[in-house]
Ligand binder design. Sequence first.
Ligand code: BGC
Length: 816
Amino acid sequence: MKYKDIISKLTLEEKAALCSGKDFWHLVDVSRLGIPSIMVTDGPHGLRKQNQEKTAAGDVLGNSAPATCFPTASATASSWDTELIEKMGVALGEECLKENVSVLLGPGVNMKRSPLCGRNFEYFSEDPFLAGKMAASFINGVQSKGVGTSLKHFAANNQECRRMTINTVADERALREIYLTAFEIAVKESQPWTVMNAYNKLNGTYCAENKWLLTDVLRDEWGYQGVVVTDWGAENEIVDGIKAGKNLEMPSSGGLGPQKIVKAVESGELDINTLDENVDKLLALIFKGAENLHADYNCDMKSHHLLARKIASESMVLLKNEDNILPLDKSKKIVFIGEMAKNPRYQGAGSSLINPTELDSAYQEFLKNGYKAAYARGYDKSTDVPDEKLIAQAAELAGKADVAVVFIGLTEIYESEGFDRKHIDLPPSHNELVKAVLEKNKNVVVVLSGGSAVSMPWLYDVKAVLNGLLSGQASGGAIFDVLSGNVNPSGKLSETYPLNLDDTPSRYNFPGTLLSVEYRESIFIGYRYYDKTEKEVLFPFGFGLSYTTFKYSDIKLSSKEINDNEILTVSFKVKNTGKVDGAEVCQLYVAPPQSKIFKAPKELKEFKKVFLKAGEEKEVELQLNKRSFAFYNVNIHDWYVESGEYKILVGASSREILLTESVKVVSSVEAEVPDYSEKAPVYYNGDMAFATDDEFTAILGHVIPERDRDMSLPIDKNCTLEYAAGTSRGEKITKLITAVVEKIGGGGINSEMMKNTAFQIPLRCFVTMSSGVFNDEMCEALCDVLNDKPLTPSAMKLLKNSPSALMKLPDLFKSM
Ligand code: BGC
C-alpha cells in the first residue's frame, strides 16, 4: 500500500467517510492529515461545473461555468480521427484545470444496441473496436494534463428506460466481444483514473456489486489500477460493493453509507484490510487529482472554440451529393430554411448539458462570409406540429431560389438521457417542410442534426444530405466550412442507419420488460447483424462521401501464414484521384473461416484516416494481432483463434470492400469450439431477433431469469414507484410526484427526464440521494404505505410529513 502511513493515522470513521462523496461533486477531505477534497464533474464533451448554491431545483444546466461544448461522442467517432480526439481531450483537461476540477466524468463507451437509446448521442459507436480506440485517445488527451477521467457506464447500460433497476441478460460471449471490449481497450491503452459502474444489474447482480465485472474482469484480467466509482445513485449495498471491488459511492449518501461500513468492520463482516486497500486507491486518486491544480490556471478558450469547429467539420458525414450540388456555388441564389439554420441543435440533454462559451449559427456564418442568402423559419422547433403558414412561406422562397438548404433534425425533446426514443422518425413538421420545398425546387440540400440514426423519407428526392450529427457549439461554423467547400467532408458513419426500426436486431427486446432486458441477438448488433441477415440498410456502418475520390490498390500482407501469436502487417496504397485535397477513412475488416460456432461475416479490426493532397498517393500500414482473429471461447474462458484461412478486407465502408487478401492463421492452443448449431440454429442461418427461449437459453448457458414481477410481492426498497403504481396509495403518490416534477421541470424535456427518473428510481435512492431529507425509516414507512399496510406510527409520521418531505424530493434531482 502506497499510503500505509496516512492510513494508519486515519480513524475507522474517517476511512469509511472517504468511501463516499462529500456532497454531489466532491470527495471527502481530512484536513488534519492534509488530505484535500477534490472535485469531479460531468463530462464528457465539455465541462458541466454547476454552481450548486445558485442552481434552482430541476435546472440541469444551472449556473454552470461557461465551457467549450465540443461535438458529442456520436459525432467525434464519425471523424475516425484518434489524434484529433486526443487534442480535444487535452483541451478538456485544460478547462478542468481552469475550473479546479480533478476528474471529468466521461467518456461513455456503451454500445449502440438500438438506435432508440436516448443517450446514443453520448456514445461512440455500435462497434467496440472503434469506440474503444476513440475512448482511449480521449482519455490519454485529458489525462496528459494531469486531470482524470471516468470511463462509463460499466457495463451493458444500453438503454435509458429503467436504467436504474433493469437486469441485463446477456451471454458471456456477447459481453466479451461486444459490450466489454471498448472498456477493455480503453483500460489497457489509457488507464482511466476512474471507471464508473453502471446503474443496471448485469446477469442478476447490480454492477456496483458485481465481483465478476469489477474484480475478476476489470482488475485481474485487464490490470485496472484506478478507482471504481458508482454512477450517481447506483450504490445498492455499500459493503457488498466494496467487497466486490467498487471503491467510491457517489454522490454523498448523507453519512449512511459510511455508517454501514463502520458497522460492517466492527461486526467482522468487512475485513479492515479490504477497507484499507480501498482507501489506498482513493488517496492515490485524491493526491493525484490535487497535485496539478493551481489557483490561477488559465487557458485560451477562443482556440478551443476553433478546435471544436475543426473537430465538428472533420466529423460531419456527407451522405449524398447528386450532381455535385455541394460545395455550394456562391454565385447561386440560396435560401436557408429551417429554424435550426439560426438556432442550432448541437448537443444532447441530461447530465452532459454544457453551457457553451459561444454559439455559432450556420446562417450567420454564411452572411459573414458574403453570401447573400434568404432565410425562412419553416417550423417552430418547440413543437412537432407542422405550421402550414411557415411551411408555405418557406416553399415560396424556395421557388425563387436556385438552391434550398433545409436544416432539420431531432429536436431537444427527442433525445435525452433519462428516456429512450419511441421511433426513429424525424418530427413530422420537418418532413413535411422538406416535401413542400421539393415541390417548388428540386435542388434541395438537407442538413441534419441529431445524435443517432433517423429515417429519411425524402432521401431519394433531395440532391444532397449532410449529416451534422450533434456537433457542438461551433457546429454552425463547421457546417459553413463543409457546405462552402472550405473543408472537404471526411466523416464516416460510426453506426448503421437502418431502413426502418423493424429491421433492427433488438426490435423485440428493447427496452425489455419490467425486470429485465434480454440481449437475444447476442453478438449480432449493428453491421454484424445486417451483414449476417443480408439486410439492406439506408446507410451502412463506415459510409461517408467526399468532394474528391480515392483509389485503393496494392494490398500486401507481411506473410501468407502466421501463428496466432505473431503480428500480421497489412499494407496497401490509397490515392486521392480527384481535384481537391481530402481525407479518407480506410477500414480493415477480418472475415473468419467456416466454423462450428456462429460468427459475424466480418468485423472491424483496424482503421486509419489518411490525409491526401489532390493527386497524392500514400501507403498505409496496419497491424493485426491475435485478438484480430480471435473469438471468446466460453469453453476455455479465453480468447481463441481457430486455425484456418481468414480474409483481410480493406475498404471505404462496411459495404464497400475494395481490396481482399487472405492469410492462414495457425492456433497455438488446442481447445474445443462450442457448437450450438443444433440447439440454437437461428444464430447460424436465421434472424436472431427471433431467437426462441430455448435458443437463447442454449447460448446463455443457464435459464432465462424472471421477466415480470409477481405483483403480489410486497414493495421493498429496491422497487420503484412504477412497480407500485397499481396500488391505491401508489396511484396517489404517483399523482403527487407527477405534479411536483411537472412544476419544477417546467414542462418539456426536463420534466420528461425527471418524471422517468422519479418513477424508475429504486426507493432506496430516495434515501441515499436526498441528502438526509429521506431516511431509512421513512423509506420503510413508504414501503408500508405502498403495500397498503395498516399504518404504523412511523408511517403515520411519514404521511403527516409527506407533503413537505415529498416537496423536498426535487432536491434529489437538483444536481443531476
Ligand atoms: C449519469 C452519469 C453522470 C452522473 C453525474 C448520472 O445520472 O448517468 O453519466 O456522470 O449522473 O451527473
